[in-house]
Design a protein around this ligand. Structure first.
Ligand SMILES: Cc1cc2nc3c(=O)[nH]c(=O)nc-3n(C[C@H](O)[C@H](O)[C@H](O)COP(=O)(O)O)c2cc1C
Ligand code: SF4
Length: 647
């Protein structure tokens, strides 16, 4: 087998695990309002168990109804007997696949809001202002002891439900971590100050749980091996914490990094490469003997294997990779790793969660709604269907239709599949987009779709196929507002022209019009090519509307090129020397530039839509053919519409 270590059996405590692949905790907002696990939640995890994952650690479950709920709406709780029954079902279902399951227990501390807790202020070691602008209540010793009991109560319920183990969440700036770090713990009593004092709370939690669940029940801890923030715990401290926890008796150490203020290090946006933080886990593994689980921005099985070979960890943590492709493990095991849908670190999943909505994944349209896709109606009977456009929406639709048994012809006018992905992967550090594209193309081929590259779907071509349906997924064209003087000058370029390499602007003075993600990422590309940059945005702020972690990431990438930023400025004219923009007071500002890059959004290719609609009866429009959208919109639309398509 190719991935020897990845598929070696492993042990955590007395528990035998079929491979080294661990789905680390990701809170799926799929609980009831009372924090009970739902069938939707179980079905979501079942998919990952079916996909070959050795161990699933559930999303963090709250142990305290008084001050411990929230952070995320519809998160799960383990506070009373009503929570036990559905946990039993979870364990039963996952065990069918020989997948083990641990429940992660958390108190969010300052990382919640009073609206989740009947108006009670968030609690913390010390009185500090939360990121949401609330003053925390500094826990009294009595209150600490009460929370210890609640952790123990939670663990007892977990064990009673037949779940295989309990993970104490001691990371990411939640309550126990807040006590462990000098950054937030300013107490002067026995719970603050020295290392031992700061560790006292988690020690009492661990010892309480151990006493209640017995010597042999797996109990472990997740720690931030480095908080990556001034005044916080460093890797050296992380090693000390891990050794201390091992001495206490934990069965595993699950290494992550960061607190919420540095969350871009633990839920990394796109610019972070596989393994960038491996030295944190490696230092911890070198210092302890209990098994170490570690996330490392892992996308590919060969990289996961290298983490085990190199001695970074004993079990690889794969979180978002499991959202993107629940069958990641089985595909790697069966030699079909080329078909893996790679997580592109776009953070749409987290953005949805943080916005109180149901989780979504850009590359896996079924994620979080698995039950809706349980039955694939294989009634295609080899009837011919055309898909016009080989972008993410088109490829997704083509694969689903082919799996349903339709005879699918996919028309792509350019020389390769991928559509906008072929541009999106051009800025620096965007190789994950290439991996996604390669995985989708492999799936298209294996599904038996007939791909016609370099082929415009003309009426003649389409008519010749005697189609029972046409999916129009032909994408969009850049917006070029004709009313603006000079917009068609030959010093004006579009994002696809530049990223495709058709137009080369290397070393030029460029003004970018529009600071959406496409504009900012293309600016990074141009900065990397030695261009001097100005960025114009008519809205109030650069990158308005982009999810904050993603925006900060791209702004960090732009920083070395020191672009001049012009928020609240509207393009009014293009000249031979650059552009004229109007500020909010109506005053005209001249920006000198050799080239003008338009990143003002895209519009559907109406001609194709109209041609198909006026000649065929059964026409399905997908993604950008209807409305400008993101990858997540295209894949979801393509998948859903192909799933329910009827002749
Ligand atoms: C949507 C989402 C929810 C998460 N929820 C939790 C959680 O409940 N507990 C936890 O310890 N980590 C949580 N994490 C962090 C992940 O376990 C993991 O450490 C992180 O995503 C990095 O690993 P990856 O690069 O494999 O995704 C969450 C991450 C995401 C993206
Ligand atoms: S939404 Fe984006 S970051 Fe989240 S799992 Fe899917 S591809 Fe990865």
């Amino acid at each position: 087998m190719k991935f020897q270590k990845l598929f070696q059996r492993g042990k955590i405590g007395n528990l035998d695990i079929k491979n080294r692949i661990v789905m680390t905790s990701m809170v799926p907002a799929m609980g009831t309002a009372n924090g009970e696990i739902t069938d939707e939640y179980i079905r979501y995890y079942e998919e990952r168990a079916k996909g070959g994952t050795g161990l699933i650690i559930t999303g963090a479950a709250s142990i305290d109804d008084e001050t411990g709920r929230g952070g995320v709406t519809h998160s799960v709780a383990v506070t009373n007997r009503n929570h036990q029954k559905p946990m039993e079902k979870l364990a039963r279902v996952l065990h069918k696949y020989d997948t083990k399951v641990f429940m992660q227990l958390v108190h969010p501390g300052k990382e919640t809001h009073s609206i989740f807790n009947d108006g009670k202020a968030p609690v913390a070691p010390s009185a500090i202002m939360t990121r949401h602008g609330e003053m925390t209540h500094a826990l009294t010793v009595e209150e600490i002891k009460a929370i210890v009991k609640k952790f123990v109560n939670g663990a007892v319920l977990v064990k009673a439900a037949g779940v295989d183990g309990v993970e104490i969440h001691g990371a990411h700036g939640y309550l126990l971590n807040e006590f462990m770090t000098p950054l937030f713990n300013k107490r002067e009593d026995e719970y603050g100050g020295s290392f031992e004092n700061r560790m006292r709370f988690i020690t009492e939690v661990y010892q309480g749980i151990r006493q209640a669940v017995g010597e042999h029940y797996p109990v472990g801890v997740r720690i931030s091996g480095d908080e990556f923030i001034e005044g916080g715990n460093t890797t050296e401290d992380g090693v000390k914490i891990a050794k201390y926890m091992e001495e206490l008796g934990v069965d595993w150490i699950n290494v992550t990094v960061g607190v919420q203020e540095t969350s871009h290090f633990n839920r990394e946006p796109a610019s972070f490469q596989q393994g960038w933080k491996k030295n944190v886990a490696k230092s911890i593994k070198a210092a302890v003997n209990v098994p170490v689980i570690a996330v490392n921005t892992i996308k590919k099985p060969d990289f996961a294997e290298s983490m085990l070979q190199e001695g970074v960890c004993d079990f690889i943590g794969l979180a978002r990779g499991q959202l993107a492709d629940p069958f990641w493990a089985n595909k790697a095991k069966s030699g079909n790793e080329d078909e893996i849908r790679t997580c592109i670190s776009c953070l749409v999943c987290f953005e949805e969660l943080a916005s109180g909505r149901h989780m979504k994944c850009s590359v896996n349209p079924k994620m979080g709604r698995e039950a809706e896709f349980d039955h694939l109606n294989k009634n295609g009977n080899n009837q011919p269907v055309a898909v016009v456009g080989g972008g993410p929406g088109g490829m997704e639709a083509a694969v689903v239709l082919a799996k349903r048994g339709f005879d699918v012809t996919l028309f792509e006018k350019s020389e390769q599949l991928g559509g906008q992905l072929n541009y999106a992967n051009k800025p620096p550090l965007k190789e994950k987009i290439t991996w996604l594209m390669e995985g989708m193309i492999a799936q298209v081929k294996k599904a038996g779709v007939k791909v016609k590259l370099n082929t415009e779907a003309t009426l003649e071509e389409l008519k010749a196929l005697n189609l029972v349906g046409v999916f129009v997924c032909c994408g969009s064209d850049p917006i070029r507002p004709g009313a603006i003087e000079g917009i068609f000058n030959d010093n004006v370029y579009t994002v696809p022209e530049v990223l495709s390499g058709k137009k080369v602007l290397d070393g030029k003075d460029v003004v970018v019009i529009g600071s959406g993600l496409a504009g900012l990422e293309t600016a990074v590309y141009l900065g990397d090519k030695g261009c001097t940059l100005s960025i114009v945005e008519m809205k109030d702020a650069i990158g308005e509307g982009i999810f904050i972690t993603v925006l900060q990431d791209v702004l960090r990438e732009l920083e070395p090129y020191s672009p001049k930023m012009y928020p609240k400025h509207k393009l009014s004219k293009v000249t031979k020397e650059g552009v004229e923009v109007t500020d909010e007071k109506g005053e005209v500002v001249t920006i000198k530039a050799e080239a003008v890059l338009l990143a003002m959004g895209v519009k559907p290719r109406k001609e194709v839509v109209e041609m198909v609609q006026s000649n065929f009866d059964n026409v399905v429009l997908v993604g950008d053919s209807i409305k400008d959208g993101r990858i997540v919109d295209a894949t979801r639309d393509g998948c859903t519409k192909a799933w329910v398509f009827e002749v």
